[in-house]
Design a protein around this ligand. Sequence first.
Ligand SMILES: [Zn+2]
Length: 240
Amino acid sequence: MRLIKRLLLALAVVVLAFVVYAAIQIVPMMVKFSKLSACETGLVAPDLYAVRDGHVAIFVLKSGEDLIAFDAGNAPTNIEAGVRALGFDPLKFKAVFLTHTDPDHTKGLPLFKNAAVYLSEREGKVISGEVGRRMFGMRMTPKLPVAKRTLLADGMKMDFGEHSVVSVPTPGHTYGSTSYLIDGKYLVVGDLAIIEKGSLVAMPSPPTEDLALDRASVEKVMGMKGIAMILTAHAGIYRP
Ligand SMILES: [Zn+2]
């Protein structure tokens, strides 16, 4: 009987500790996220589109007949509906560039069956477990829902018809977080930042892994010349 009492007490302590932890860490995060709104589905710049999937958006570049996605979104059915609403076929996507590998950015990947999947060499160390993803005091190893992927060196430039994409290292949210500069003027930043009272600020921690590093990356992108739009995954578009 005494043992059962002790076990129940231990369980109660664990539950209480979780509730306190949730109140301190998770609730403020949820409140902050509930105030953000991702880009609506539609054209955001010539040849550049947003597809909204609830709290997250992906971006799509159209280059002639080729389609390129930046992140893959959370719920495949929502992403497919958005992509088709724009008149695009998910099977016509040639490439998907991942800003990082949190699941709300990767779960839509199986939709784009014919696309090459790109992520940074640094983020490759997150999914291989070499570095992992730290959040809520734990270290996790996110999994990609597709087997094939290509790792990109920082600063890699790829041309798609008349459009170009350059990978820009912006670590902090995750170890390998990367932004993509389209045509030298549209920067897709994933979860690097949110927009608060008209300013671009680092995404809070959690879910950001290293807030100081993330802030340094935000400063770096704010110092980049010629940027017309900074496209965030959860907070819409910032125009410097
Ligand atoms: Zn996210």
